[in-house]
Ligand binder design. Sequence first.
Ligand SMILES: O=C1C[C@@](O)(C(=O)O)C[C@@H](O)[C@@H]1O
Length: 656
Amino acid sequence: MTKVNGVMKIEEIVHTEAPRLLILFNQGQQDVVITAADILGQKHTTVTYLEAVAGQPDSTIVGLEHGSVSNPEDIQRINRMVITAHCIDEEDARIHGLTALCDHEYLYTARQPARRDLARFLGLVLGQTKPHDDLRKKGRTTLLSTTFPDIRAALPNLDILSVGADSVELRVDLLEDPSISRTGHEVPSLEYVGEQVMLLRQRTELPIIFTTRCTKENGRFPMDDPMLFYKYLRKAIQWGCEYIDVELWLPEEIRRKLASEKGSSKIISAWHDFSGKFKWSSAEAQQLFKQGAVYGDIVKMIALINTTEENYELEYFRSVIQTTYSHPPLSALNMGPIGQLSRTLNRVFTPITHPLLPIIAAPGQLSAAEINFRLHSMGQMPKLDLYAIGNVHHTGQAMFFEKCLNELSLPHQLLCIERTSQSSVERFITRPSFGGAYINPPLPATAPYLPKLSNAATTIGQIDTVVAHATSGGKVLLGDNVTWKGIRAMLTRDFVPSAYAGQAALVLASHESQAAAAIFALTSLEIGTIHTIGFKAKGSIAADIQQFHTLEDMKKVSRPFVVISALPSEKTFVVSPLLKHYSSSFKERPGRIFVDLSSGVRGRGDSVALADSLGWTAYGIADVNGWTTVETLRLLVGQNVPFDFVCLAAGRSLYR
Ligand SMILES: O=C1C[C@@](O)(C(=O)O)C[C@@H](O)[C@@H]1O
């Protein structure tokens, strides 16, 4: 974020437009329309015939029962994105002809709360969340290849399995549909696969890669009918899978069609060679990359090899491709035990396994921990001295960090420093072995020994993380702020980004500095006016902020979409009457988010519990700290750890 003419400009802003949606629902299931509208922060209505959709305002989410669509073809004349939603607990009411004409299909079950899953689905299909853009910026990315016949077996352990994974692959060809007796190459039914995608997505925040691996490439999908691949992959797009794996042998027509229909999903062009004769140094290798690049957002090339030299040939190939083409990224590796070197060196979507998986998906696959161990022993991952500075024992974050370092076999060590003075921080940061730090409470953004600051740190005025970037010119230290990212990640878990755009917010604090990260997060979501109580924003955050001085001021504004209290815990009781006041005006309007950033003893003043009981979507400091920890690990050690794992392994009580 930079300031132009005194007004805050956030470079990471999420540009959002209120979507125009038609949701088709099963009889008696109009709640899905209400939930979707709430997630989107938009109004909703239900109509009883298709022609009535046209008369509705663009910004209203329109619901229509499936049974009211007499001629499915008419759907195509609707100038809205059409989502068909099915509760799979009911007798299967899916009308395949109709579904095929809709943009997307959303499957849910009444047995699990669907809200978060629906928010994620909507965020992706509406193009508001772009996981691929985030992953492209990461130095190394991995994919966890699940090999379960029924993904249900993985769900209880998924948080542990996916530590260190950036995405999770559903090997659809390995699924075993109990309704089909497998004698040859029968594939699981689309009903079964749809349910598996639904179950997996409800349980993980990781992007899903939908793979239908063919028999020739170590999979089980039969190759005599390429349209079968189209049928499944097109469904994966409709279901909002973040990635589809499209094999290069498929006829060009199919690959082109998938690329033109992919919407917000990304294509991994996949090619495997098991002959043992493939040569990375051949002209064919270059040709294959070019072919894959036509429709692929990522090109994956994998070969079975016999000699170590072939790893070196692959590395040469990789460097030629990387210097010749800026896009798409290449994921290339060799299979078999000899190929493990290349699995270690590959940086893009490296497939990983986990000891808890039933089988490895391909010969020579390694776990995230094995890859890190090897990278370190090859000198590719130097040991870092990481610092936890300040009240680090108090929050339990340090212990959790250590757990993650161990779990992932990272060579780094964490040194905990109880900060006494500002100068003591400087002493550690300037050490030659310094490899990064998180600091609680944060440093002011004026620390002279940290001349390079991120936009976020400058505008918020606080440094909570120091990153040590190794560059060709030596180590460069960057003072950053991740708290705002944690707050934004939390705010967009139950609501899509556009839900916040243009809406009113209310922020309470005793001082601007307590609320600065939250204000930055809200501004990145293009929030409308921010009203403040208890402080006047006069620092860098100057855009559209108005201070309430009296109760009368407050009453002039209708209910805010989001209320954030950054008051210290002993003062949060102030929030209760406010929450009660605004709760009376809920009925008709979407949104009612409350965040309490205070940490401390709860009791009579537990505003989160109160907000919850009044029907708000309420978050406390445990949630903020959990998400901030996820962001801190990404920034300091480049590793992705699921939020639910943070809650599981760190223990939520430690964060309160
Ligand atoms: O394409 C790949 C890579 C892989 O074959 C491997 O070699 O690790 C494993 C598969 O599950 C995945 O789809």
